[in-house]
Design a protein around this ligand. Structure first.
Ligand SMILES: [Zn+2]
Ligand SMILES: [Zn+2]
Length: 357
């Protein structure tokens, strides 16, 4: 029997679309696990098992995923996939579309080395499929233990691993090394200086003490922004407007548990002035539950002369397509493409970051 479609590719596509639609993690996992379980199976056995209904005997393959595989092998687009495609997405206006088209990479992403859900290879593959030229891998730093932050030793190992993965990736695409480093209470950065200097891109974010009083938080952020290792100031206010963070969903929560958080209090004009002075980019974080900074602060950063990075902060491959949300907000605020550092090529980006340190 000739295989008209690739069932593994269909399962991966479904997982991607579910992630992009911000569906609960367990639902996505069913498709990613099935794709992984079936990828190692000889084609003949796959066909035979689909024919006699024994795919579900394999660990990681359930009724729904087995049905998708059977449909795919029969040359039909799986019904599950067809429904997802038919109901997905919204249209962007012309300015947001142009800005999105100008982006050549993503500077804030996570893998399963910290609190992401997928291996580095899978994230990179999804970025290639989106048309990116690069993906900056920015797993968490040691103190963020809840997110399995990387010690200096694990980060060094990750750098070796990334070099290997890069060697196997298509020409014209590469993973850039990076970190989302915690900005500690005193404004210092939570990783060794020599490692920060070695990385291609350093995103720094506040993840603790978000309720610090105004003058303390301002001092903390000003010190971080002035640090020559810091390239991008991540999710500036720390707010959560809705929904849930990635990676903590389960069958019980239906994916819509209320978990909002107010913006932290700091002197935004002082921080943005410092970003402009030190040429530190302000992140426009695209995550639906963050939408950080709020539009009024994007406008102020723009007036202050800051550069921006429109990032996804993706914790799963499908979330890499969330840049559109950040572009929408940036376009509404009138952010021009030439102020956005991820419109640059990987070469330009790395030249910029290395000249800063
Ligand atoms: Zn973060
Ligand atoms: Zn992050």
């Amino acid at each position: 029997m000739a295989r008209a479609r690739d069932p593994i590719a269909d399962l991966r596509r479904i997982a991607f679309l579910l992630e992009r639609a911000n569906e609960a993690t367990y639902r996505v996992r069913a498709f990613r696990s099935a794709a992984k379980a079936l990828a190692g199976l000889p084609a003949a056995e796959l066909t035979e098992r689909a024919g006699n209904g024994t795919l579900t005997e394999l660990a990681g393959v359930g009724d729904v995923t087995a049905r998708c595989v059977a449909e795919s092998l029969a040359g039909e687009e799986p019904v599950y996939l067809r429904r997802l495609v038919a109901t997905e997405g919204s249209d962007l206006d012309a300015e947001a579309t142009a800005l999105r088209a100008a982006l050549r990479g993503d500077c804030h992403t996570h893998s399963d080395w910290s609190d992401g859900g997928s291996p580095i290879e899978e994230m990179a593959l999804a970025a290639v499929e989106l048309g990116h030229e690069y993906l900056v891998l920015t797993d968490h730093s040691p103190r963020l233990t809840v997110a399995r932050g990387l010690t200096a030793e694990r980060l060094r190992r990750q750098l070796d691993h990334v070099a290997q993965v890069n060697a196997a990736l298509p020409e014209g695409f590469r993973i850039l090394t990076g970190i989302e480093v915690d900005i500690l209470a005193d404004g210092s950065l939570d990783q060794d200086d020599d490692l920060l200097a070695r990385l291609d891109v350093v995103v720094g974010s506040v993840h603790s003490g978000l309720k610090d009083e105004r003058s303390k938080m301002t001092r903390r952020m000003l010190k971080a922004v002035a640090n020559p290792h810091l390239d991008i100031l991540g999710h500036v206010t720390g707010r959560m407007v809705s929904s849930r963070p990635a990676g903590v969903t389960g069958p019980g929560d239906r994916g819509h548990r209320a978990r909002t958080r107010a913006e932290s209090d700091f002197d935004a004009d002082a921080v943005f002035a410092a970003c402009a002075e030190h040429d530190t980019a302000v992140e426009i974080n695209s995550r639906p539950e963050r939408q950080d900074p709020p539009k009024r602060l994007i406008r102020r950063a723009l007036e202050a002369g800051c550069r921006f990075a429109i990032n996804t902060d993706a914790h799963a491959p499908g979330q890499l397509d969330w840049q559109r949300f950040g572009c929408e907000r940036a376009a509404l605020c009138g952010v021009p493409a030439d102020r956005v550092i991820n419109t640059w090529s990987a070469e330009q980006l790395v030249t910029w970051t290395h000249n800063r340190t």
